[in-house]
Design a protein around this ligand. Structure first.
Ligand SMILES: Cc1cc2nc3c(=O)[nH]c(=O)nc-3n(C[C@H](O)[C@H](O)[C@H](O)COP(=O)(O)OP(=O)(O)OC[C@H]3O[C@@H](n4cnc5c(N)ncnc54)[C@H](O)[C@@H]3O)c2cc1C
Length: 493
């Protein structure tokens, strides 16, 4: 096992894309195999030493940033062990980069659906955060594809869970360990919204135990290996940018495209439906002068073209819908070849990247929302964002997964006074999202910066219930401290 203690080495593990400052650690350990990992954790547990798990470091909530103790880096768990075309699955170690897995699947004409726009994320990280992204509109979040997890618990014991083998009910909520001992899981009583969510532990009567470990943000176990479900690769992905004269036109177009896609009654069957407000377009124009200036908003959409599904007819169906909300097709860009499709995809990716650059240069922590609401509440929520942000007088932009009623608001303060105001505004948005039946985090998790939002959503009791689950798996409280809830809550559980 490699152990590094030099500051120059540690620095890279003290940040992610949240711009959370002040992280520190005594060492970074890089186990070469599972035996070394188990031995290290057994020892750390005995010493009650805090341990933070690091994946690709692309998280947006500070969850891989340590505040004391050791960091475990899983970079040596970097092998794709098998891709099985018949079972449509991949057996993967947790440190494999999403991009590498995608490329390997591609060679076998398979498709890994999890699509956080940041390809340098690790597969383990995407499971620990239940990542989703643009294409979860059609395919759902990471959770849906996780078939097996092999993990090491805080005390160094190995736990392997296969989906559909058992359920956790309030009457019998035990997870049996290999040595026949059992952990009783106190399933929380809060009700999760019936939309995609990465806000706190998954908890439902009758749940599959594997779901507890998806979206756990490195607080319950170290995920080392997983089997993931794949789908057939489409022959082509059609994509387009549509620019709109008003914000409302884009919102209504997106909602109609969403409903039509879900109904299965039309050729329209979107893979992703993404939104850009005027400020996002301005940011894109700085990268690509072709982005037109005069429009209030834009929608980017993708649709798979599969065998038996004629591209021209699909395009005609989209054109008909576009013309309901836009006076002409002059404001629409369609990717007619792979090069343009790649350009569109890069443009989409440029937004969070540019925002992260601005945040870093201004020196403040990222103030962004990750709220999703039910379908019926989307237009109301979009209106609330627009009104609150315009009245707020701060720099901001709104972009993201409107097809899932899940856009990201990023507020960009320039000084401490604006920073305080930005936090107040974000809280207002969060409260509105909760009031509309939504989640405070649909894909990024809670990490170290959204504790307050989670408490708004589930109440103090919900947070204490989560701390009880953590203590069931990690009684010495060493893993991922301050992720999901502050470490002080552990004393109350
Ligand atoms: C430009 C940009 C765009 C992004 N777009 C999206 C998007 O569209 N959708 C989306 O969902 N996210 C997006 N993200 C966020 C990020 O990519 C995801 O949260 C991703 O899942 C994090 O993976 P990671 O390997 O980088 O994890 P890290 O940042 O290293 O860690 C994240 C959390 O996972 C835990 N963890 C990591 N590995 C393990 C493991 N093996 N076992 C247990 N716990 C572990 C860590 O302790 C931490 O709590 C974006 C980020 C950037 C920078």
């Amino acid at each position: 096992m490699i152990v590094k203690k030099e500051n120059s080495f540690l620095m890279a593990y003290l940040e992610d894309s949240s711009n959370v400052k002040g992280g520190y650690a005594d060492e970074v350990v890089i186990p070469e195999n599972i035996d070394e990992l188990c031995a290290f954790l057994k020892d750390a547990n005995a010493k009650k030493m805090p341990v933070t798990i690091s994946g690709g470091g692309t998280g947006t909530t500070g969850s891989r940033i340590p505040f004391g103790g050791a960091v475990i880096s899983l970079e040596r768990f970097n092998r794709i062990l098998a891709i099985d075309s018949d079972r449509k699955s991949a057996l993967v170690q947790s440190g494999v980069m999403v991009d590498d897995l995608k490329k390997a699947c591609d060679e076998k004409k398979l498709f890994y659906t999890s699509h956080p726009t940041e390809n340098t994320a690790s597969v383990g990280g995407t499971i620990a955060t239940n990542a989703s992204g643009a294409r979860s509109f059609k395919y759902g979040a990471t959770r849906r594809y996780v078939r097996t997890l092999k993990m090491v618990l805080a005390n160094g014991e190995i736990l392997e869970i296969r989906r559909n083998r058992s359920v956790l009910s309030r009457k019998d909520s035990r997870i049996i360990l290999p040595g026949e001992s059992a952990i009783t899981v106190p399933i929380p009583t809060y009700r999760m919204p019936e939309i995609k969510t990465s806000a706190g532990y998954y908890a439902k009567d009758g749940m599959d135990p594997i779901d507890l470990f998806i979206g756990q943000e490195g607080t319950l176990s170290v995920i080392v290996e997983m089997e993931i479900g794949l789908v057939d690769k489409p022959s082509k992905i059609l994509s387009a940018f549509v620019f709109f004269e008003t914000e409302e036109d884009a919102w209504r177009f997106a909602c109609e495209a969403r409903d039509i896609s879900r109904s299965g009654r039309s050729l329209i069957d979107a893979l992703s439906i993404e939104y850009f407000d005027h400020n996002s377009l301005r940011l894109l124009r700085a990268r690509d002068r072709d982005v037109p200036e005069k429009f209030a908003s834009a929608i980017f959409f993708e649709q798979e073209v599969r065998a038996g599904n004629r591209e021209e007819e699909v395009l005609d169906a989209w054109i008909e819908l576009i013309l309901k909300y836009s006076p002409s097709l002059d404001n629409t860009w369609v990717a007619m070849n792979e090069k343009t499709a790649e350009k569109f995809s890069n443009l989409r990716h440029a937004i969070p990247e540019s925002v992260n650059d601005i945040i870093r240069s201004r020196g403040f922590q990222k103030i962004s929302t990750d709220i999703a609401v039910p379908d019926v509440a989307n237009i109301e929520m979009m209106g609330f964002y627009s009104k609150t942000l315009k009245n707020g007088g701060l720099d901001y932009l709104v972009f993201g997964h409107i097809g899932e009623n899940h856009v990201h608001v990023n507020i960009l303060p320039k000084n401490e006074r604006e920073n305080l105001r930005a936090k107040e505004m974000a809280l207002e948005l969060v409260r509105k999202g909760i009031a509309l039946g939504g989640t405070v985090s649909a894909e990024h998790g809670i990490g170290k910066i959204k504790h307050k939002y989670l408490e708004e959503m589930y109440g103090k009791n919900g947070i204490i219930e989560m701390a009880r689950i953590k203590k069931a798996f990690d009684p010495n409280c060493i893993l991922g401290l301050d992720n999901i809830f502050p470490r002080e809550v552990l004393y109350l559980a």
